[in-house]
Design a binder for this molecule. Structure first.
Ligand code: KG4
Ligand code: ZN
Length: 477
């Protein structure tokens, strides 16, 4: 049978204003019945392309005036269609919310970014970021519901990122999620931010089933994991100091680029003008036979190259002379090439390790903000194809932080019964929220133990995998 592949960007709305939300009460036990009703009232399919090889159909929806690509499960479609989850994400500098249906249909996606703050402080300042989240969170959530044409009463659950991330910022999202859940008797799903980056790939790729590999690359993380099943990961590699996104951000700042969209896209754009072999940077950790990363040294090499060329970051690239601009572009391109070479080398080894552990792996997911980079995608696609695997990269709007990935991960856990009962409608002021700023995703693979700085110095929460394993053992006894 014919299978059509349609990838269209979900709508994202960027906001600056913030009215309050209204609050109503209803009953948790009536929820499934309500969703059934909801489904029959809102037919959304405009095109269906059947596939004989799997129990998924890739479909295109026209929902709330927006074109989006998504999946439709044939089996259990009633059950899945009936679930509707609100996802809330505030772990770093984006305030995001989205409503996603169990069949993968994205009903709405809203993001309020802190672009001006980023540019003003040259990076994320936790206190200012917290205040910015607090200013917009009500409006972002309300807008996500409005765009989905739903109210809180139509939801099956609320999913929220509880870590890893900045505690001050995480708190704003968790507080909001608990307030919605408490007032509308909704269960809550606590979501691991990095698991969400990985699992959102299952919303866009019909064939992506466990086990699979994932490279998760963002501003704070550089993780190579083997996903055995939902909630169960082996960490093959991590960064011993900085993540690649941090290196992109600093390079952009020192090159005097416009970092309002974050540093990565600015470096990627300027790199197109440069000669990627003109500045000699060393590939980090070349002789370490593991899958760990390091970007602190490359950052220093970039800074030294910038100083050597007497580039003044205070002079924006837009006002630079031709020669100055070319120097900056050469550094951007050379940095990007070596930063990605480091990813390529470690991914090659990690795929070998993963195939030893799980020979049935067919896919490698590359997700997180840096996975929006076209050069990253191209180079990693070559590596992955050489190993006879298929690369799965979510569209850029689902690679950078977003509410859809949280809602979708919430749906995945909700389906298997991993959620908390609704919180009370009002919580005491001194209520201690479960926030996990440093929260590993999986247990470290013995062959690839890292001396990660964060592992050595921080108070760390037990990994998601160890918590889920302990829970299942408890249920068996
Ligand atoms: O996943 P994400 O949105 O937030 C975190 O969890 O950190 O990732 C943000 C990071 C930033 O460092 C940003 O510069 C980087 O992703 N990034 C990119 C690109 N788009 C975003 N890096 C390189 N190229 C891009 N096109
Ligand atoms: Zn992220």
């Amino acid at each position: 049978m014919v299978r059509l592949f349609l990838t269209l960007s979900p709508a994202i709305s960027r906001l600056n204003i913030y009215p309050g939300t209204s609050i109503l009460a209803n009953s948790y036990s009536l929820r499934l019945e309500k969703h059934h009703k909801l489904k029959t009232e809102t037919p959304t399919f405009s095109l269906i392309s059947p596939s004989s090889s799997s129990n998924f159909l890739r479909t295109r929806f026209y929902s709330t005036g927006t074109k989006i690509s998504s999946l439709h499960r044939i089996e259990n479609s009633n059950v899945d269609d009936n679930l509707v989850v609100l996802g809330i994400e505030t772990s770093c500098d984006d305030t995001a919310a989205a409503v996603v249906r169990g069949n993968g249909e994205i009903l709405s996606q809203v993001i309020s970014s802190q672009a001006e703050l980023l540019a003003q402080y040259g990076g994320v300042a936790p206190k200012q970021a917290e205040e910015a989240h607090s200013r917009v969170i009500d409006k972002v959530v309300q807008d996500a519901l409005d765009r989905a044409n739903l109210t809180e009463k139509d939801l099956s659950a609320v999913a929220v990122t509880i870590g890893p991330g900045l505690s001050l910022c995480l708190r704003v999202g968790v507080q909001k999620a608990r307030s919605v859940a408490g007032n509308f008797s909704l269960p809550i799903v606590r979501v691991h931010h990095m698991e969400a980056h990985a699992l959102v790939a299952r919303l866009v790729e019909q064939e992506l089933s466990f086990p699979f590999m994932a490279l998760l690359i963002s501003g704070g993380h550089n993780l190579l994991v083997l996903a055995h099943k939902l909630g169960q990961y082996t960490q093959l590699g991590t960064t011993v100091d900085d993540a690649i996104g941090e290196a992109f951000d600093k390079t952009a700042k020192w090159l005097g680029l416009d970092i309002r969209r974050s540093g990565g896209p600015a470096v990627e754009e300027l790199a197109l003008e440069g000669d990627a072999k003109s500045v000699k940077f060393n590939v980090p950790m070349k002789y370490h036979k593991d899958c760990n990363f390091s970007y602190a040294g490359l950052k220093t090499q970039v800074r030294l190259a910038i100083e050597a060329k007497e580039i003044d970051a205070k002079c924006p690239v837009s006002s630079a002379t031709n020669e100055d601009r070319r120097n900056r572009a050469d550094i951007a391109a050379s940095f990007q090439r070596v930063a990605v070479l480091h990813l390529e080398e470690k991914c090659e080894r990690a795929i070998d390790w993963a195939l030893e552990l799980e020979p049935s792996i067919k896919h490698m997911v590359v997700s997180g903000g840096v996975a929006s980079n076209k050069y990253v995608r191209l180079r990693l696609n070559n590596i992955v194809e050489n190993k006879n695997l298929k690369l799965v990269c979510p569209p850029p709007s689902l690679c950078t932080d977003n509410g859809v990935m949280v809602a979708w991960t919430g749906l995945e856990h909700f389906r298997v019964g991993r959620y908390d009962p609704p919180p009370p409608a009002t919580e005491p002021d001194d209520f201690v929220y479960d926030l996990r700023p440093r929260w590993p995703l999986g247990e470290e693979y013995a062959k690839g133990r890292s001396k990660a700085r964060s592992m050595r110095t921080a108070r760390i929460h037990p990994s998601l995998t160890s918590i889920i394993r302990a829970d299942s053992l408890q249920q068996q006894t």
